[in-house]
Design a protein around this ligand. Sequence first.
Ligand code: KGJ
Length: 429
Amino acid sequence: MEVSVQISAILARTGDRVIGDTVAALEQRDQTRRGVPSPAERRRDAEYLLELVRQCLHQGRSDPIITPSEQLAADCFGAGIDLSDVQAAFVVLEDVLWRHLSAALPRDQQLDTLRLVNAILGTGKDALARTYVALAKRGSGTVAVTAHAGASGTDGAHGTSGTGGTGGPVDAIVQTAMQGQVGIITLADQHKRNALGAQMAKSIIAALESLRAQNVRTIVIRAAEGMSVWSAGHDISELPRGRRDPLGYDDPLEGLLRAIRTFPAPIVAMVHGTVWGGALDLVLSCDLVTGDETASFAITPANLGLPYNTTGLLHFVGRLPLNLIKEMFFTAAPLDAQKAKEWMVVNHLVASDELEAVTLELAGIMATKSPMAMAVIKEQLRVLTDYQPIAAQVYERLQGLRRQAYDSSDYLEGLRAFAEKRQPIFRNT
Ligand code: KGJ
């Protein structure tokens, strides 16, 4: 039986107890506070939230929880209620549901169930946090918020976004979940092999913002289960066709790299599968890397005739030995998992079936450490490795050399060859 159907059946039997336990846990949590909701109000809220979870399970998607969560955030913001208080009901219900469901389900279905429940309530929490933060930024209680991909949200701040206008983690290209204080960002664009185009980059940035609003302590970035490509790198179809810097400051991938490097908490790249081009820049921009035997890493601008940007090269220089950087850039050949371990591209190389557990354990340890100390150390290390003072004249010379390359016929040939699925023929013109 499908897990969501089975969960619905369990909820039909235990729904009342779930609500009772949720109300009791919230009451206990708020014993010392003043102005808290009455038990009847709590019961009504828990019933409402559980009903939304039921609707999501029924429809096999998490959209039904988005709009009500946005509305809830707007109501609470208007009433001056703290974001963490609003989120408490989601967090507590997640916990209570998990206890009830794991007691009623066989062991082999527990992980899928946990993921499903986390995904649904995570979407609700995302929508809640996104709306609340947007309202707080604008200082008003009236703002239209939309959660769907491609639609314009507040300040461009989408939480999870999907392809083709379907929002919510069940079918979104970027999904977020919280496990304790560890945030998990899952890249799930199987169709484009998690290529890092504008939509994907914006969605990951929005996911970071949403997790930040939930006081995340550590983040894990991973590809969706079953994917053999972690990420195919920059979306090549979105690269400019000559006469414009392909990796300029405003390129969405560049913005994403900055968001990761400046995020004030450790980010772990958990790599199962192959990593290509700009995705390697992303992996190296994360603070730690874990991987399994399927992990491989390639940096491929030489296949496209693309002049990599100086900031990007600095990311590599700050992280890897120069001879390895040169071999990887000049051959564009993937570095296999074992070599990646030897060259310290990955901190931990483990078997596939241990990767998630090892990564979450590592993230969990960091989540218990001082957030302030970690944030400042991360920023110090970034500043120490990101900046290389060069004279304006020297930088302009490098830009001029790069311009010759991206204005060349070879660059266009590289892009054409990729689109036509053939080897490029470079003529050095
Ligand atoms: N950009 C845009 N579309 C992509 C990309 C990409 N990077 N990678 C894959 N796709 C599209 C393909 O065109 C296919 O579209 C679909 O995803 C599945 O790919 O033909 P369509 O279905 O419309 P494919 O090749 O059929 O999948 P696999 O056989 O599983 O191979 C996966 C690979 C990742 C090995 C393969 O797609 C590949 O080699 N992709 C390009 C990898 C790469 O060199 N990326 C680096 C891009 N360059 C950079 O990031 C940068 C910054 N750079 O400086 O070079």
